[in-house]
Design a binder for this molecule. Structure first.
Ligand SMILES: Nc1ncnc2c1ncn2[C@@H]1O[C@H](COP(=O)(O)OP(=O)(O)OP(=O)(O)O)[C@@H](O)[C@H]1O
Length: 854
């Protein structure tokens, strides 16, 4: 959009107009230096509706430039002045733009004021004012010309004509004229159509007067007689051009006020019917004709179509008279909906501003300047100026376009960069489909399941191993126990063989009963006795208590399990068993009744022998550990006095009693072990040994001179650091407790050291076979393993009697024959099948969640 060429205000750049020097000076009341006969002022009315919040489409800057914004851009119009109604009321507008020009009329100036604009833009509002309180230009001009001074000064008088052009006909709105300046009233029907002769109206009615108020009231009355009609654009739309001519005859001044009809199209006016449309067309005819005239004058056309309409015919003088000036007031609405009309109005005013005095307006005073050359030159100059301005506008627009283009390119680059970034982000984070997610979940699940299966398998395997290990240990235990049983059996056989070879033979036919007391307690009463293991002597007379050092438990196993516990107390009267060993002690005795039945007596005798084996066989070795409470040197038991200590065993008494019983009552078989013991005990009694010694110990001691064991014979130092060890064989068939030697070793000597010394005293045969130390005192004989001999000291060997002599009992090493059968039934020997058996561990593993399906 091009910026309209603007005419600088006189007070701003008056010199700029001198280049058009061909124009004669104009009336000083109008701009004398201006060559533009038409000045254009814009007036922006109030918003017809509520003012919008956003920036309006019409913007007025301080340098009288109106910028109109539309959908496609904006356009600036530079006018001679712009007044915004909201900021400047009608009086202010008049005083600023109209009053100075009107005042020249009083001195003979010719001035034409046109209000131009679309319908409803405020033309009538500006020309006549909204009411008496706010008079429009007409009434203010009357006041200015006539004044309100009533001081008697000579005042000018005016002639006022009011007419309208309706349907291209001129009607006189002042039909009746009385002489004193009053108006005659003929009503609407009395409108008189006037004829135009040349440039003037013929026989037009006028009113004269010098009182502005009076005339103003009359004008106001006839103004009401204008042809108005309600349209879509205006409730009281002026359907005619109203022309008020105010002459000042005395000075030749003239003021022509033209309120034009609205320049609207027919559709917008909502006119229906042929007549209405013709009306609107006629109204527009005046506007269009005026437009053409303006354009023609501006273009310097040779022909100006003044005669195209009545309006232009009447305005011809205003355009052609050099003394005449035109003030065009462009009325516009700030309503965005009216922008296209506002734009057209301003374009029209811009054209009018281009009008300069041309050849068709020759003046009487400057005839010589009317040559066509000068006129053309001025026109060319004006047009050049206009072209230059257009070119500058084009450049500016191009520059703006370039800037906008570069901005656009920049934005496009940013958009492209953002798109690239988005693509990169998308490429970096590929969209994972649901199928892929499911696939991964499935794969992960399978992996977990596999791991779980593997763990379960491991657990099952560990459980199987555990069970297998338990089974093996159980088997080992069974084998060990079988070995022990075998050992016991072997020992039993040895004892039996010893018994057979024994010289002690008791006749079973002659004796009815016997009483065994070794180490049994014989109470001397006929019907009762007490068997204790450990033995407990309870008789009041000749009582003794045998309290072994060894614990009360008698075990077959040397390791973990107590096979059997034997602590039996028998009463002949009650015959009950305290600890549950079904040892038929009564069967140990041969009664008279038994002799009646030889077969029963034989079986009873066998039972007795077996039971005695059980009792005596194990305790035979244990008697080595009977710890005497007093040393043998200090306290020696005496046979003929009651022993006050319960820990002392009155062996003499026992021996005598037993011998007596055996000789008088008891008849035992040769294998009866007790005989052997009794024999030993009897022998020991004869040697007056005060201590209760084992059979092997006694034999070992007997083989040595008695004096060898006396402490007093040894050096004191040696006695402190050394110990004596009596070495003998274990009582067996081959070596029935044979004494080997007696050794003196240091206290810290181990069995391994002892072994080295012993080997020297053995013959080759025994040395080759080897032997094992028996840790006597242990219920099973406690053979000391070869590898443990270094850890067992000699002083740990059992004390032999009360002589502080240790006893090293050796057992010949024999190859152990493994039992060919297990001591359990086939059912008992069957281990649990772990594959079918759900152990608690497996149950626990299977109770894991989720379930593992195998
Ligand atoms: N500046 C203004 N401030 C307030 N109201 C205005 C203003 N201009 C116009 N109006 C109001 O707008 C309405 C139309 O105005 P007006 O009759 O003057 O328009 P117009 O241009 O003469 O229209 P038409 O060409 O149809 O006669 C009127 O009611 C008037 O009071």
């Amino acid at each position: 959009m091009a910026q309209t060429p603007s005419t600088k205000k006189p007070h701003k750049t008056p010199q700029s107009k001198k280049r058009f020097g061909s124009v004669r000076p104009i009336h000083p009341s109008l701009n004398p230096n201006s060559q533009h006969p038409i000045q254009v002022i814009g007036r922006i009315r109030n918003y017809p509706t509520e003012k919008p919040d956003s920036t309006g489409s019409l913007h007025v800057s301080s340098d009288d430039v109106i910028r109109v914004r539309t959908e496609i851009g904006y356009r600036d119009f530079t006018l001679d002045g712009v007044s915004v109604s909201e900021e400047e009321d009608l009086q202010g507008f008049y005083e600023k733009y109209v009053g100075p020009r009107v005042k020249g009329v009083k001195t003979g100036g010719k001035f034409t004021i046109l209000t131009y604009g679309p319908t409803g833009s405020g033309k009538s509002h500006t020309m006549f004012g909204p009411g008496p309180n706010q008079p429009g230009i007409v009434y203010k001009a009357l006041e200015d010309i006539l004044g309100n001074d009533h001081t008697g000064m000579i005042r000018s008088f005016v002639q006022v004509s009011v007419m309208e052009i309706f349907n291209e006909e001129i009607y006189d709105l002042l039909p009746l004229l009385n002489g004193c300046g009053t108006l005659g009233h003929k009503g609407n029907s009395s409108k008189v159509r006037l004829e135009v002769m040349g440039k003037k109206v013929k026989d037009a009615t006028f009113i004269t007067g010098n009182e502005a108020g009076k005339i103003a009231r009359e004008v106001a009355k006839v103004e009401k007689r204008r042809s108005v009609k309600s349209t879509n654009c205006n409730d009281r739309s002026s359907r005619s051009h109203c022309i008020i001519i105010l002459d000042v005859p005395l000075v030749g001044g003239r003021l022509m006020l033209v309120d034009m009809a609205g320049s609207e199209n027919i559709e917008q006016a909502g006119q229906v019917g042929f007549e209405a449309k013709m009306q609107t067309a006629k109204i527009n005819q005046g506007n269009i004709a005026l437009k053409r005239v303006v354009e023609s004058i501006a273009n310097g056309d040779a022909h100006v179509p003044f005669r195209d309409s009545k309006l232009t015919m009447l305005l011809q003088d205003s355009f052609e008279d050099d003394e005449s000036r035109i003030l065009m007031i462009l009325c516009a609405s700030p309503d965005p909906k009216e922008m296209h009309k506002t734009m057209a109005t301003l374009e029209y005013g811009a054209k009018a501003k281009c009008i300069v005095r041309g050849c068709h307006t020759p003046t009487k005073h400057d005839a010589e300047d009317s040559s066509s050359q000068v006129i053309l030159a001025s026109r060319i100059a004006a047009m050049d100026d206009y072209v230059n301005k257009l070119q500058m506008e084009i450049k500016r627009k191009e520059k703006e376009t370039n800037e906008a283009h570069s901005l656009l390119m920049k934005k496009e680059e940013e958009v492209a960069a953002l798109r690239t970034k988005i693509e990169q982000i998308r490429s970096k984070a590929p969209v994972v489909s649901e199928e892929e997610i499911n696939l991964k979940v499935k794969e992960r699940t399978q992996n977990l399941k596999r791991e779980l299966d593997k763990k379960v398998q491991d657990c099952l395997k560990a459980a199987d191993d555990f069970v297998e290990m338990g089974r093996r240990r159980m088997e080992e235990k069974i084998l060990q126990q079988q070995e022990e049983v075998e050992m016991l059996r072997w020992r039993l056989e040895v004892m039996e063989s010893e018994l057979i070879r024994s010289n002690v033979c008791l006749s079973t036919e002659e004796e009815d009963s016997f009483t065994l007391l070794s180490p049994l307690n014989w109470t001397a009463e006929e019907d009762s006795f007490t068997l204790l293991s450990p033995l407990h002597w309870t008789a009041e007379e000749d009582s003794c208590i045998l309290l072994p050092q060894f614990p009360e438990k008698v075990c077959m196993s040397t390791e973990e399990e107590a096979v059997e516990e034997k602590a039996v107390q028998f009463s002949r009267k009650t015959g009950d068993s305290i600890l549950g060993v079904n040892l038929d002690i009564s069967s140990m005795f041969v009664t008279n009744n038994e002799s009646a039945n030889p077969s029963d007596a034989a079986s009873a005798r066998k039972n007795r022998i077996q039971n005695i084996f059980m009792l005596c066989g194990h305790h035979r070795e244990l008697t080595h550990h009977v710890k005497m409470p007093t040393s043998p040197s200090k306290k020696k038991p005496e046979a003929d006095e009651n022993n006050s200590s319960p820990f002392l065993l009155n062996q003499e008494h026992i021996s005598e009693s037993l011998v007596k019983e055996i000789s008088t009552q008891t008849v035992l078989k040769p294998e009866f072990k007790a005989c052997n013991i009794l024999s030993d005990l009897t022998q020991e009694n004869t040697t007056k040994s005060s201590n209760f010694e084992t059979l092997a110990g006694q034999k070992a001691i007997k083989s040595q001179p008695k004096d060898d064991f006396k402490e007093k014979d040894k050096p004191e130092e040696q006695n402190k650091n050394s110990v004596d060890v009596v070495v003998k064989w274990e009582t067996s068939t081959d070596y029935p407790g044979k004494f080997i030697t007696k050794l003196t070793v240091t206290k810290d000597s181990s069995l391994a050291d002892l072994r080295k010394l012993i080997v020297k005293h053995l013959d080759e045969d025994h040395g080759n076979h080897g032997f094992t130390f028996l840790m006597l005192g242990d219920h099973s004989g406690a053979p000391v393993a070869r590898e443990k001999e270094t850890t067992v000291q000699a002083i740990n060997l059992p004390i032999c009697n009360n002589l502080s002599v240790h006893l090293a009992c050796l057992r010949v090493r024999r190859p152990v024959q493994r039992p060919t059968h297990l001591p359990f039934t086939s059912l008992g020997n069957t281990m649990l099948n772990t594959s079918n058996y759900s152990s608690p561990f497996v149950k626990h593993a299977e109770s894991f969640s989720p379930k593992v399906f195998r």
